[in-house]
Design a protein around this ligand. Sequence first.
Ligand code: A3P
Length: 365
Amino acid sequence: MNMSPSNYIYHEEAGLLPRAKGFCCRRFSKTKILGLLCFGALLLFLLTLSSPDLSPKDNYGGKRQLLPNVVGLFGPANKPGRGGKFNTYIQSNIPVHKKTDLRQRLPQCLIIGVKKAGTGAMVQYLKLHPDIVIADKELNFFDYERNFKLGFDYYKTLMPPSYEGQITMEKTSNYFHNKDTEWRVYSMNTSMKMILLVREPIARAVSDYLQRKQKDKSNKELTPSFEELIIRQKNGKINEGYPGIRPSFYYKHMVRWLKYFPLTQIHIVDGDNLVRNPYEEVHAVEKFLGLPHLITPDRFVFSDKKGFYCMSIDGVNGTRQEQCLSKGKGRKHPDVDKRVMEMLTDLFKPLNEQFYNLIGRKFNW
Ligand code: A3P
């Protein structure tokens, strides 16, 4: 028995009593406590490494996401959207921004196009994120010289107010295919993040044609057919100058943008997949922007009536209501003449391949 004085205390009435030890000291030795502390520190370190939103590339408050992501790893697995393949996802209910310093700011991210690839849908989806504010309409600031000449201070006055930590965005779907736009964006912000949606180029051109027809102030019935506009009367060849087809030359436009910006600053969204699985594409955008994943799969509800996904948005008294895109989005496409279709396929095939090589990613067009 160890009778050393440090193990005993003297009590006036009871005499020599064993010294009381703390709970942990009674059950664990110093070495064990040290071991547990080391294990805890190692676990925290490993969780930090496994958190995708804490990569050094994140520009927007990555550190603040540590706790929510760690918690989220143990949270419930969420249901994927229709056709979705996410079994689990990291969820945080805490936005990045704090409600401080509300003011107008220049955008840090632009949706540059391409028109008719689902840019409108992407804007509506991203508005569901509390850390994103988006200008209400297309501003055509970088593609119209007269707008650009009004200066960045003027451009800023067109932005919605944002809190510190929120990302301000603007979408003009004509930016991608109009020349000079890229260097103008670069002159404002060399680290601008850009989102580009692409879609199978022929379907995109047909969609563009339908929109032009809709906007045609004269008798719509007299608007020439897609085939009449896309094929030159005089030589029977594709009219590559037709404005409705121009944005579909993705390779040509992308080369211009990559002269100014690295590919890492341009996030490419598969517009066809956006129709089938919006959650997957929106999730990827959140990641690109370094934001917590706050747009959950239950926000996307397939509408049999519309034939597209609609959004489930917050209604009154905690209810949710369905909100679809306007009638102009999701038009029925006419059948294109088989011969014209073949000619267009031949035209686009090599250009699409060049585009894939340029961006290091393939699509099934
Ligand atoms: P179509 O009308 O040819 O089907 P943009 O907003 O860039 O003009 O793109 C319009 C396209 O967005 C539509 O083209 C449609 O295919 C696509 N889209 C993607 N998600 C949609 C949705 N939830 N509702 C309607 N259209 C959607």
